[in-house]
Design a protein around this ligand. Structure first.
Ligand SMILES: NC(=O)C1=CN([C@@H]2O[C@H](COP(=O)(O)OP(=O)(O)OC[C@H]3O[C@@H](n4cnc5c(N)ncnc54)[C@H](O)[C@@H]3O)[C@@H](O)[C@H]2O)C=CC1
Ligand SMILES: O=C(O)C(=O)Cc1ccc(O)cc1
Length: 307
């Protein structure tokens, strides 16, 4: 495929940046890919494993002359990074990000955006519980959604080019409004992560009573929770602090339903439980019938998948 961009700069060389690098190389989507990471150790690892064509020690050098700059850092520092690079961006360049929250990132980044530089926020709905420069693999985005959130007044050509990059990396692209994105993700990703963190925390408390039995005999459901609860603490701290309103709204509803189920168990109300579980089972079946079961064996996952 012809290059979509001549020079792409990846800022923050972790799971998502490294997966983007390998996916861009697989598809021949970028002429040159430069990189910058805050820690010298990460930059050294990146050089050792051939992650990026050039890794710079100076963030401004990494973005100079780039026609696409991708911010792949935790959502709490997106604005800070944008401020650092603002003076070194080429006219006509596009800045995007991959953060799990969109409204807070747009609000942080936009004030630092120079005249003549486009910002198109983004979020690939693909990841694993692993982090760091060695965690990435080219197939991460295959058959996954990547959401784009162009700001008002964004040049449609800048958005179209970014769409072509994500499609070249294997993703299906959809445009979405920032607030809607944050509410949808609170339901499908942020609240579930918090619930997994909580469940593993409860089991950890219990472990002191039951010794290591919780881990030894853990069934698939709990194992899934432990996988999710092994995700990067900095990233997830930032997600919850940046998507506060939507997450609290969903957790409020979750708590109400949990109390109702708790009461049904206490009162022996089997009909309530049965009806509830019948409804939730139908949702799962709907997902499978719609062909959206991304957990099915080999659905959109390559050999290098770490999930
Ligand atoms: N991990 C996942 O499953 C997914 C993560 N995301 C989003 O992608 C972004 C990156 O996540 P990952 O690649 O998983 O994280 P990661 O932890 O693997 O990599 C993040 C990198 O950013 C660097 N960094 C942190 N603060 C920095 C700063 N101030 N300046 C420069 N570099 C800095 C870290 O040192 C690290 O190298 C986050 O915003 C996250 O919300 C989006 C989709 C999935
Ligand atoms: O590993 C998992 O189960 C995930 O849920 C990955 C993930 C984490 C954060 C995102 O913003 C998008 C995807």
């Amino acid at each position: 495929m012809a290059h979509v961009y001549n020079r792409v700069a990846l800022i923050g060389l972790g799971l998502i940046a490294s997966s983007m690098f390998w996916a861009m190389k697989r598809g021949g989507l970028a002429g040159e890919v430069t990189g910058y990471a805050r820690s010298a150790e990460t930059r050294e690892t990146a050089r050792e494993i051939g992650l990026c064509d050039v890794v710079y020690d100076d963030i401004t050098q990494a973005v100079e002359g780039a026609d696409l700059i991708v911010l792949c850092v935790p959502v709490g520092v997106m604005g800070q990074v944008m401020e650092q690079i603002a003076g070194s961006l080429a006219q006509g360049a596009t800045v995007t990000d991959v953060g799990s929250v969109k409204r807070a990132v747009i609000d942080q980044v936009t004030p630092h955006l120079p005249e003549g530089v486009h910002f198109v926020a983004g979020h690939p709905l693909a990841g694993t519980e692993h982090s760091g420069p060695k965690a990435g693999f080219a197939e991460l985005f295959d058959n996954r959604w990547s959401l784009l959130v162009p700001s008002e007044g964004t040049d449609p050509k800048a958005t179209a080019k970014l769409r072509a990059l994500w499609e070249g990396m294997g993703a299906n692209v959809e445009e979405m409004d920032a607030d809607h994105h944050d509410l949808v993700l609170a339901v499908t990703s942020h609240a579930p992560h918090l619930i997994a963190y909580t469940m593993v925390g409860v089991a950890d408390d219990l472990r002191r009573v039951t010794d290591s039995e919780v881990i030894k005999y853990s069934a698939a459901g709990f194992r899934d929770f432990t996988r999710i609860a092994a995700s990067d603490p900095t990233m997830w701290r930032d997600v919850f602090l940046s998507n506060k309103d939507a997450t609290l709204e969903i957790l409020g509803r979750f708590t109400e339903e949990l109390f109702a189920l708790q009461r049904a168990i206490r009162q022996g109300d089997g009909d309530h439980l049965f009806e509830y579980f019948t409804r939730t089972r139908a949702i799962r079946r709907g997902i499978i019938e719609a062909g959206q079961d991304t957990d099915a064996p080999n659905f959109g996952r390559g050999a290098g998948s770490k999930t």
